[in-house]
Design a protein around this ligand. Structure first.
Ligand SMILES: Cc1cc2nc3c(=O)[nH]c(=O)nc-3n(C[C@H](O)[C@H](O)[C@H](O)COP(=O)(O)OP(=O)(O)OC[C@H]3O[C@@H](n4cnc5c(N)ncnc54)[C@H](O)[C@@H]3O)c2cc1C
Ligand code: FES
Length: 276
């Protein structure tokens, strides 16, 4: 994909979990399927809005975005019917890349953050990397891609905040257990890919530091242009769209807003969690 917008037809809308569905579409553009997992595309719903979304499926013929219904644009995407048109431009930003000296990846995802992590782990597995998947959600009905992780993971742990399925509590607890079971040498050959609610990523960063482990985190901020021009996604001198959305733990340490604030549509800095 390039910066030019492509209009594509919706092929299928599939329910994945409570309030979360995947919208599948296809294109004849071959480069479309070569993006680095963790990169994002801007999705335009005519007459509504344009928002950044991670690619969650890509098999060379069909691509998918997995969307949680939280507001105007996401609601409009999920109301789409087969055959309707959306605009797609991108891919933008960096992504989840396994360093050459790593032979193991641990994927850590919370809620709809699983959308970018699942495809990154799939790619890593195809490249011969050993994969562990740690998948968290609020409750059992909200867990994403159950059954899919098992295809490429040596180990899968699910967790739910309310204890309705898998480990009861936060997914960072199984992360700690997995790292406790590894030697320092094994940890030095391991990378952690993480995407989820910001509070979860703050906590995951702490765990990684405790074990001297290396991780990449996908940060979410309001985006308008998606290409580094408008500053709506700015954090501590970085633009999440162009310098990220994937950052290392060390980079996040220098981002004052991480875990604290984000910008609303008018550019006002508001605490994470405050309704815009
Ligand atoms: C790189 C990137 C990848 C993304 N990938 C996905 C994905 O794969 N699936 C998915 O469902 N969503 C994804 N998002 C989020 C998505 O782009 C929208 O922000 C989300 O769908 C809300 O848009 P809306 O218009 O529906 O909600 P709005 O009407 O804008 O807001 C609804 C609620 O969500 C909160 N909110 C909205 N945007 C943000 C934000 N950027 N930061 C913090 N709070 C916010 C508001 O406080 C409000 O309460 C991604 C975002 C980024 C930056
Ligand atoms: S969205 Fe415009 S600079 Fe990032």
């Amino acid at each position: 994909m390039t910066g030019e917008m492509e209009m594509v037809r919706v092929k299928e809308v599939r329910t994945e979990a409570s309030g979360i569905s995947t919208v599948f579409f296809e294109s004849e553009r071959e480069d479309w399927y070569d993006m680095t997992p963790g990169q994002f595309v801007m999705i335009w719903v005519p007459g509504v809005d344009e928002v950044p979304m991670s690619i969650s499926y890509s098999d060379g013929e069909v691509m998918g975005i997995t969307v949680q219904d939280v507001g105007e644009a996401s609601g409009a995407i999920l109301a789409l019917k087969e055959g309707e048109w959306i605009g797609v431009r991108g891919p933008y930003g960096n992504g989840f890349v396994v360093p050459e000296d790593c032979d193991t990846v641990i994927g850590l995802s919370g809620g709809v953050g699983a959308a970018s992590v699942v495809i990154a782990l799939e790619r890593a597995f195809k490249d011969g990397i050993f994969v562990t998947s740690l998948v968290g959600a609020r409750d059992e009905a909200s867990l994403l891609f159950r059954g899919r992780w098992e295809h490429f993971s040596g180990k899968v742990v699910y967790s739910t905040d309310d204890g309705s399925f898998g480990h009861p509590g936060f997914i960072t607890e199984p992360l700690k257990e997995v790292l406790e079971g590894m030697s320092e040498e094994e940890i030095s050959r391991t990378i952690i890919f993480c995407c989820g609610p910001e509070a979860m990523m703050v906590s995951a960063c702490r765990v990684l530091k405790e074990f001297n482990a290396y991780g990449l985190f996908s940060l979410e901020r309001l985006m308008k242009c998606g290409i580094g021009l408008c500053d709506s996604c700015a954090v501590s001198g970085l633009r999440v769209c162009a310098d990220g959305p994937v950052f290392s733990c060390e980079q996040l340490d220098d981002i004052e807003e991480f875990g604290n604030t984000h910008r609303d549509r008018s550019g006002r800095s508001v605490p994470i969690g405050e309704v815009i």
